[in-house]
Ligand binder design. Structure first.
Ligand SMILES: Nc1nc2c(ncn2[C@@H]2O[C@H](COP(=O)(O)OP(=O)(O)OP(=O)(O)O)[C@@H](O)[C@H]2O)c(=O)[nH]1
Ligand SMILES: [Mg+2]
Length: 459
């Protein structure tokens, strides 16, 4: 869903989910919206790249959980993240979308709050505004991998120290443990849904006043952090100047080379930090334009994908239909060829049979070549049997013809022309001619019987 895509409904609940990278923001969202996949990071790199709302239903209300990229130790990235957050908040403000609350996640497994943890907490406080703390849930994560006593001790530190969560808690924020399960995730959502009240964050008010991000409380925190880094780099650069001078006095070429390289690196770092700081000079108008362009890009991409999918679907359908037609044509062709083959065979076989039967028995004269019995499975079977018989007849006829021919080397009367002698089958192989004639008679009789059976089934 994109900002402004949904018709406005004041009953909808919007909750921003924030915290440093790896604190478990996306894991919390996944517990709330289990059908969403691949949003949780697998390694130490920041994973979530943009502000993305995920929809769930809670006690009959539409709830949108806005996953956000986590701040990390890189100033360049932090400024981009703050600009992205400010852009999202400015655009949603323009679209009359108001947040109901914010959830800030913090991993309890870390023994101490680092400098950047504190800085990011300050960014969060200033972005939200102390006056909005009753809309905030401060959640600790990673309880399952933390020694319970140590976890409780750290939690206690968080809520008792002014520079940590104490002021926020005193101003109305609630502290909840996210146990990486659905029940604790729902408890966090419930707290904000039950409050049922919209709020405008401090940074939204500031941006509405026409300030650049640099001039908002959150922006100033990042700017101070960058300025501190520039100062540190400048100090280091000065030291490297001294190192270089000393190395030259000592005629230590290696040390001089090292100092020179360090100077180059520090100068590049300072230039990069100053460039990053300048990125904070972005106005609300520019942020909204950037968001609009981004939304347009996403929509165009979605439309392109939709059309591509549609086209692929049509092509697939066309391919299927072409394949269907080809298969139909093949079946039809096979069928036709089969029918033609059978017909030719039937015509020939029945014609031959009719002639044979008429000659042999004088019966069944009514079976002529013109008669074409209907093709049934039994008939096809009969035809095959007939073919076998016919082949056998041909075989025997050929053999008989061969045996009756006079030997080429003698003009004397052949043994084949002598009266047939009846010999027992066992000693007579190949069988003498008269036996073969008898066999032919049996075969012809069999074929006649078959032809008659066929006739009956036709009639
Ligand atoms: N054991 C344990 N692992 C957790 C918990 N919360 C998150 N993780 C793991 O920590 C890693 C980072 O979690 P994410 O939910 O991606 O953290 P994130 O805050 O969204 O991080 P970014 O998107 O980089 O800002 C993932 O491997 C999670 O599985 C937790 O409460 N317990
Ligand atoms: Mg994430």
């Amino acid at each position: 869903m994109l900002i402004g895509d949904r018709p406005k409904d004041n009953e909808d609940i919007y909750i921003g989910v924030m915290g440093v990278t790896g604190a478990g923001k996306s894991s919390f969202i996944q517990q709330c919206v289990p059908e969403v996949k691949n949003i949780v990071g697998e390694d130490y790199d920041s994973f979530t790249r943009d502000c993305i709302p995920y929809q769930m239903t809670f006690e009959g209300r539409n709830v949108f959980l806005i996953d956000t990229p986590g701040f990390n130790d890189s100033s360049v990235r932090d400024v981009d993240i703050l600009n992205d957050l400010a852009g999202w908040l400015a655009k949603s403000y323009q679209e009359s979308i108001r947040l109901n609350g914010l959830i800030y996640l913090h991993g309890i497994q870390d023994a101490r709050m680092t400098g950047s943890d504190r800085m990011h907490l300050t960014v969060f406080k200033r972005l939200t505004g102390l006056e909005n703390m009753s809309h905030v849930v401060l959640a600790t994560s990673f309880w399952d991998v933390t020694d319970h006593a140590k976890g409780e001790h750290r939690e206690n530190q968080l809520i008792t120290r002014d520079d940590f969560w104490k002021k926020m808690k005193d101003a109305g924020a609630v502290v909840i443990r996210f146990k990486n399960d659905r029940a604790s995730a729902m408890e966090m959502v419930k707290r904000i849904v039950d409050q049922n009240e919209k709020t405008t964050l401090k940074i939204q008010v500031e941006m509405k006043e026409g300030r650049t991000v640099r001039c908002t409380g959150a922006g100033q925190t990042l700017e101070e952090d960058i300025s501190d880094r520039v100062k540190d780099a400048a100090k280091e650069l000065e030291k490297r100047h001294t190192d270089l001078a000393q190395a030259m006095r000592d005629e230590n070429e290696e040390a001089a080379q090292e100092a020179l390289e360090a100077q180059e690196r520090l100068k590049a770092e300072m230039a990069e930090l100053n460039k990053t700081k300048n990125k904070l000079d972005v106005t609300t108008k520019q942020l909204i334009e950037q968001k609009d362009a981004e939304i347009k890009r996403v929509k165009e991409e979605a439309e392109r994908l939709r059309l591509e999918k549609e086209k692929a679907g049509e092509e697939h359908k066309r391919e299927l239909s072409a394949k269907d037609k080809e298969a139909d044509a093949r079946v039809e062709r096979n069928d036709r060829e089969w029918q033609q083959g059978i017909q030719m065979f039937t015509d020939k076989t029945l014609g031959d049979l009719a002639a044979g039967i008429a000659a042999n028995s004088g019966g069944a004269q009514h079976l002529s070549q013109g008669q074409k019995p209907a093709l049934t499975e039994e008939r096809v079977e009969e035809m095959f049997r007939r073919v076998a018989l016919e082949n056998r007849v041909k075989e025997l006829e050929a053999q008989q013809a061969k045996e009756q021919a006079p030997p080429p080397y003698s003009s004397a009367p052949s043994q084949y022309q002598q009266p047939p002698q009846v010999l027992p089958q066992s000693v007579c192989y190949p069988p003498p001619a008269h036996n073969r004639e008898a066999e032919l008679g049996i075969v012809a009789g069999g074929m006649g019987a078959l032809a008659l059976t066929s006739m009956c089934s036709v009639m």
